[in-house]
Each structure stands twice: as structure tokens, then as C-alpha cells.
Design a protein around this ligand. Structure first.
Ligand SMILES: NC(=O)N[C@H]1NC(=O)NC1=O
Length: 174
């Protein structure tokens, strides 16, 4: 994908294309559009990171709360975003047996009860066993540490989603 094509996009098309690089947070792409022209994809990523890190803790937690649970209700009812569906599928979350679904439900609930936001991890970079292990492990963190840890995962998810957009045909997404 040519960065000049991206830089020529209207904000409507830019948000349509990049609006879900951070799950259900199109506000972020709408905000960084004004930083055009971008040098390259890494520059877009840097602006997204800068925006996220500039938020107060409540804003960062708001971003986390826009994420669906792994193997949660949205997956069961088929209401995940296309990106999240692909990611959860790659991590093996769509083929859990009923005992594993129950285990995820319990751990996700415990996590949300403790922190007030859902457990977020870059599913593409983790297999099923790693996700369960990390979920149990990160439950031990204190809230501030865990908030930053989860935001790091949001950045990883964002990087891979951006890369996916570049590799695919821009026209098919507009
Ligand atoms: N809760 C959570 O981590 N959700 C996600 N992770 C990921 O890679 N895609 C998601 O939707």
C-alpha cells in the first residue's frame, strides 16, 4: 500500500479503513487523521501510540473496556468484530470444549471483578495455554501495573491490524 494513497483519504474513508485498529475505538483514527501527511505506516502507529499514552488512566481503561472477552459472550453469540473473530479463532478460542469455556468465563469474571476492565492480550501472538497462564498470572498484578500491561497488548493488536490493512487490497475495504 502506498502511503500517498493513505494520505489522500478523506477522513470518512480513513476512519472506515483504520477505525478498528484499536477495537471499537474509531475516535482514535478520527483524531490522528489531522496529523497527515504520514511518512509511513510506522508513523501512523506512532501517532496512535502517542494518542493512547496521552490519555488519563480513565481513558486507557475505557479503551480496554471496548474489548470483548476472549471466548466470551460476543464470541458465543457471533457478534465479535471481524478482526476480533479472526484473532480469537487463530488463538484457538473458537474451538474450546465446554470445560475450557467455563474456565475462561471464571477467570475473565474474576479479572473483571478485580480490575474493572476486561483481560486483554494479543491473541495472535499467544496460544490457548499461554492465554490461560497469562490470565491467571496477571490477576496477581496491582491495578496500575495491569492497566499499563494491558495497554501494551492493545498496541501489539493495533500493530498487527495495521500490518493486515497494508497487506490487503485497500480498495476492497472502502
Ligand atoms: N480481550 C481480548 O484480549 N480481546 C482481544 N485480543 C485480541 O487479540 N483480539 C481481541 O478482541
Amino acid at each position: 500500500m502506498d502511503i500517498n494513497v493513505v494520505n489522500a483519504l478523506t477522513y470518512e474513508d480513513f476512519v472506515k479503513l483504520f477505525g478498528n485498529v484499536v477495537e471499537k475505538c474509531p475516535l482514535i483514527s478520527a483524531a490522528i487523521w489531522s496529523h497527515r501527511p504520514f511518512k509511513d505506516l510506522a508513523d501512523i502507529e506512532a501517532h496512535i501510540t502517542e494518542f493512547i499514552l496521552s490519555l488519563p488512566d480513565s481513558g486507557k481503561e475505557g479503551i480496554l473496556r471496548c474489548h470483548p472477552d476472549l471466548a466470551g459472550r460476543d464470541l458465543q453469540s457471533g457478534t465479535l468484530t471481524r478482526e476480533s473473530q479472526e484473532e480469537q479463532s487463530q488463538a484457538g478460542m473458537t474451538t474450546l470444549d465446554s470445560a475450557e469455556v467455563l474456565q475462561m468465563y471464571r477467570l475473565n469474571s474474576e479479572y473483571k471483578e478485580r480490575f474493572g476492565f476486561p483481560f486483554v492480550i494479543c491473541a495472535r501472538l499467544n496460544k490457548k495455554a499461554d492465554i490461560v497462564g497469562q490470565l491467571s498470572e496477571r490477576l496477581k498484578n496491582d491495578r496500575a501495573v495491569e492497566r499499563e500491561r494491558a495497554i501494551e497488548e492493545v498496541k501489539k493488536i493495533c500493530r498487527l491490524r495495521l500490518r493486515n490493512i497494508v497487506l490487503s487490497d485497500i480498495q476492497t475495504k472502502l
